[in-house]
Design a protein around this ligand. Structure first.
Ligand code: SF4
Length: 368
């Protein structure tokens, strides 16, 4: 008699192992941050809003950009309207957001886009636009046009270097991080994937205390397994930041006007409004500061110094305040502006600090 074999059970095939991208996208679908420039699920993103937000977010935090983004969009709802706006008005709205070359590039880019009738949808075309570097081009291509593009910002760098425990220090590790990010990026939903990585980096895989228990990628993360995930990304030792010093002169006329001038269009704070001042240098001689005063007045130094940090150097400014008679004419290259109109001037954060040091009640940022 033949032995009876047990019946073969019909078992459904095992689902394919979930990829990191799938795990992350599932998490994003539940936990995406609600950001003013982000289109709701199912709504096609507006390339103008994506571009504007990405330019504003370069070197600036999400919290700082929010009010600027809303104000820009309210005032200039599409690229044609922005392209037609006067430069000074755009610079004025940008004042306080910093890195002013971005605003100048924004204007130039808007005019090109208005002329050609819209945005290119691929990375190569986007990279030809003023102020659109590799990161911004990839972000716009992925988020606005759903192209597969590898988007690597600071948040993504941190997540990827932890996932793979990349021991090469930044910035040397950038090519390796990019290659790993490329491996992770899915063919579909690359824009959502990029935003999910950014959200993960901003809310869970944070620089100091990553919340690994909440992380959808925890099982695959080598840094978590090491027990000290916060020690990635590795960084090369920092060199001491250069310090520069200088002086700024706040002249107040009898009719409540202050002396201002516009910085040259190119270079640091290009095109922005400032109080006249000296050059900023590491060997600044404070004893000779008054040689550069724009008017012959009885200048008095305000107590303390204004401190401001730029990317490549830290600046300390002594602020001198002087009273001028009503009849005083502005020297060449400068102009008198009424104090009441000061909040509407394109004053960068540094000059707002100078104004406050001189005793003016000026908010740190323009109206929000
Ligand atoms: S497990 Fe922890 S360290 Fe790794 S990616 Fe997630 S939050 Fe970051």
């Amino acid at each position: 008699m033949r032995e009876r074999r047990p019946a073969v059970l019909s078992v459904p095939p095992m689902p394919p192992r979930s990829t990191p991208a799938a795990a992350l996208l599932a998490w994003y679908d539940r936990h995406a941050r609600d950001l003013p420039w982000r289109a709701p699920r199912g709504v096609t993103p507006d390339p103008y809003a994506v571009w504007l937000s990405e330019v504003m977010l370069q070197q600036t935090t999400v919290a700082a950009v929010g009010p600027y983004f809303r104000r820009f969009l309210e005032r200039w709802p599409d690229v044609r309207v922005l392209a037609a706006a006067p430069d000074e008005e755009i610079m004025r709205e940008w004042a306080g957001l910093g890195y002013y070359s971005r605003a100048r590039n924004l204007v130039a880019c808007a005019r090109i886009l208005a002329e050609r009738g819209g945005f290119p949808s691929d990375e190569a075309g986007l990279r030809e636009l003023p102020g659109v570097g590799p990161y911004t081009a990839a972000a716009i291509a992925a988020i606005a046009f759903d192209r597969r593009a590898v988007v690597v910002d600071g948040n993504v760098e941190r997540v990827v270097s932890r996932l793979f425990a990349i021991d090469t220090p930044l910035p040397l590790a950038k090519p390796e991080i990019r290659a790993r990010a490329d491996e992770l990026t899915p063919e579909k939903r690359a824009g959502d994937f990029a935003q999910a990585m950014m959200d993960l980096g901003a809310t869970i895989c944070t620089p100091k205390k990553p919340a690994c228990v909440l992380c959808p990628l925890a099982e695959r993360c080598l840094a978590r397994k090491s027990g000290a995930p916060e020690s990635w990304p590795r960084r090369a030792p920092k060199s001491a930041r250069l310090e520069r010093r200088g002086a700024a002169f706040v002249a107040i006329r009898g009719d409540d006007a202050v002396l201002l001038r516009t910085r040259p269009p190119k270079g640091l704070l290009g095109g922005m409004t400032e109080f006249p001042g000296t050059e900023w240098s590491s060997d600044f001689d404070s004893a000779r500061a008054l040689d550069a005063a724009p008017l012959a007045l009885a200048w008095k130094a305000a107590s303390g110094e204004v401190e401001h940090v730029f990317t490549h150097f830290a600046l300390k400014l002594t602020v001198f305040v002087g009273r001028a008679p009503k009849s005083c004419a502005a020297p060449e290259g400068a102009r008198w502006a009424l104090l009441a109109g000061l909040p509407g001037e394109a004053l960068p954060s540094l000059m707002r600090k100078v104004a406050r040091q001189a005793g003016f009640d000026l908010p740190a940022r323009p109206r929000t």
